[in-house]
Design a protein around this ligand. Sequence first.
Ligand code: 7TS
Length: 405
Amino acid sequence: MRLDEQTRPDFPILTRVINGYPLAYLDSAASSQKPRTVIEAMSQYYERNHANVHRSIHTLGEEATELYEAARDRVQRFIGAASREEIVLTRGTTDGLNLLADALCLRLRPDDEVLITEMEHHSNIIPWQMAARRQGFTLKAVPITSAGLLDLDALDRLLTERTKVVAFTHVSNVLGTINPVAEIVGRAGRVGAITVVDGAQAAPHLALDLSALNCDFYVFSPHKMLGPTGIGVLYGRRPRLAGLEPTRGGGEMIKEVWMDRAQWNDLPWRFEPGTPPIAEAVGLTAAVEYLEKLGMERVTEHERALARQALDGLAATPGVTVYGPRSGIERGAVVAFSVAGLHPHDVAALLDAEGIAVRAGHHCAMPLMRRLGIVGTSRASFSVFNSPDEVARLLRAVAAVRTAL
Ligand code: 7TS
């Protein structure tokens, strides 16, 4: 059975009818829909187990703590981290990147450099800009090639003894480019730079083995991988995480507090001040379980086939331009495109009129848009529940948009 035939009945929202058409949800890169197991795990938690974690010895307090900590174990196995101490639960990718930019840049000086890339989401640009303004270091960007790949020769030229951090996306949310993480980590390692990988568009779609990727830090958002909003994952290699100064204080991140000083808690809790997203952690466990049952290899294969169908179909449609790597190169589960003579928002509105949900705009990647010389694109993105029929609907609708001009 095809993956979408198996999964669709698990997603209650897919029965929605939009403007008289069955919903074709092609916007999972912004946020995916949720299977019933995730929704029910969270409401079960609130109905049966809720209390605050790590503090109360009463039964519910212990149950909630166990459920919260179980999410950490599940994520550790899912991404191939060496130990549970390496998994910090945050509020999302953006939150994790802000935490890292704050903590990693504390000791940077005006002579230092941080390297990002031209294909970053704003959440992997702005926190570094803010830190650069505070600390006075220089922020540089690795350019992309005309094929939509990172220019690795330019990376080598930009990497010097001054480079302290290299922060880059695993998969581009616009181009679909899959960057060679282990290769970039290897090159950054030669100058002793710390590596930060934005996995927001990779974790939902690719089997991850973080021990093999060898990066220092990796962040992602469960809401893009069938899980709830409001929770994030920050992986940090143990020695790196242990060397990081917490930049956010509060309850539960400490062991002992005096009026004038404090002793930090153990890893990973020293980076989790305050009441964490507990129900969301329960939902995260259910999402990971759901993906593991499907098998990430099967998930990748299914979404890749849909992206290929969309890419080939759109590229063959007169007046349509597609962005990102084309022939023979593995891509993520997004296809950005534009239709000559139409603003991306108009394309999205015309598609919505037929129940097809795509995102349009700059996709929080304005420097990339500027590099491509465009104001924005429309973008279809895929998940486990999308079908070849939905892609065919998208292709027919885009072709009709053209002829209606
Ligand atoms: N990094 C990448 C590569 C992303 O695609 C996104 C979200 C983020 C970071 C931020 O994730 P958040 O969960 O903290 O918001 N990307 C998109 C998108 O492409 N459309 O809407 C959100």
